[in-house]
Design a protein around this ligand. Sequence first.
Ligand code: HEM
Length: 493
Amino acid sequence: MNLIIQLVSFGIIFYIASKLLRQNQKLELNEPPLVPYKYPIIGHTFDYFRDTENFLNKCTKEYGEIFSLYIFGKIETFVGGKLSPEVFKNDKDFNFDIAFKEKFPMERFMDRPDKYFAPLPRIIFTYLSQELQAYTERVQRTLTKAINELIGDGKVLQPPLKTFQLIIARPIAASLFGEELSEDKEVVHTIAYAASDFIPFLSIPPILDFIYPLLHKSLMVIVFKLFNNPFKVHREVIKRKISPVIEKRLNDMKRDKESYVPPIDILQKLIELIVDDNYKVDIDILTDYIVIAIFASSHSTSTFLTNALHEFGNHPEIRKELVEEQEQLYKAKIGPYYTSDQIGSLVKLDSFFKETLRLTTSIVLFEHKVLNSHFTFSSGHQVPKDRHVTTRLQEIHRDEESHGENPNEFNFLRHLGNPAPHVEKHYLPFSFGKHACPGRFFATSEIKTCLHLLFLKYNIKNVNDEITIPPVQGPFKRSSDVGIIFEKRKDVY
Ligand code: HEM
């Protein structure tokens, strides 16, 4: 009995000592300042979500480039423009993927192992972004059709995002799995709304993390698997629609062997990635890849297209010059379609879109998780393993030294000669470093094409000439619901 008591006492002493020792080790780090808070457990959670912009500005003023906050039961560190490049560049020390998947465990939802979809960014970059010319015509064709069907001889779109989600879904369908399916209403609906239907599910605040770290994520995975939800419904549509396309392609590949002329799209590249010697593939794998590509591409593209149109409405003084550039290209058009170089030559439109991205992206983004025992920033501050480090994106995008004078003002020619998809350490709408968006060249070209077609066909302004800015939801921004008027131009283009 005595021995048991001795062992238990020894165990308790050992446990407390090791805890204290670990705490001491933590204390030894030169951590960034933790902003003081009033209420234990709740910490800064309410202040941060109530008015992220002003709260962070206040903290930055008081504590400078790097500081930590206590949010939803964990300490999170925030960095500005001086230190964020160190987070993006040191991918052996910081991981975006792991941090992202704590909030959005896509692989767990789909019962796939970690890093299952790792080949997708390379496929998108190599076969879509770097092969723009192969997609330019179908992007123009599908956009023109969608605009004619959904805006026609003119309309007021209120809220506009819903329609632009449907418009953008068409060229995305055509590029992911071919033009035929881009005509299918069910497919278009799924591509348009898959991500936004799922956002409410993801926006549930992680209150359970106050009790235990990552409890929210575990519950989310269980709820996701047990109950039907929009994600499963949209996935089923994609699987049902692409299955016959895949079967036909496999049959043709088997029949034609070396003489097979493969269609140009992302689905074909995915088939080639997993097809076996007997011309068999697992259709569920292909479906999951395509679903991930839809999530990555559709919502972001339609959101920033809508933001660009609102900015066009906000700034009547730029309309003439911007529209003139579009008319000049139209007059130089030879065949029925522009080349990708011609779309690329729209430098004012490019700069206008880049300015939209600079000013309408979220307040903070890009949470990274510290992988090793600790990381030491060049400022001397140290962050421990498992700490999440987040970038104060809006502050970086509005820095005068990096972006020129009056950085809070919309200057549509600010970026002439510096194309929108070009990632830089102080321009981060497409992220930076290893995880920079692989679809950014395609996305920019697609959005520019759509704006070009709209500017030629319609006089565009915001309802009541309202000046609109994207509403914030905590640290994130979404597209404004302010209506946009499309009035058919008399001079027909
Ligand atoms: C204006 C439109 C777009 C914006 C602003 C954008 C932005 C981003 C950003 C910031 C990331 C980094 C991770 C994240 O925060 O999610 C990302 C990743 C990604 N994007 Fe885009 N994106 C756009 C359009 C597209 C399109 C059209 C595609 C594909 C056709 C695409 C494919 C991807 C993929 C596959 C990733 C994951 C990259 C990785 O994990 O390494 N994106 N995008």
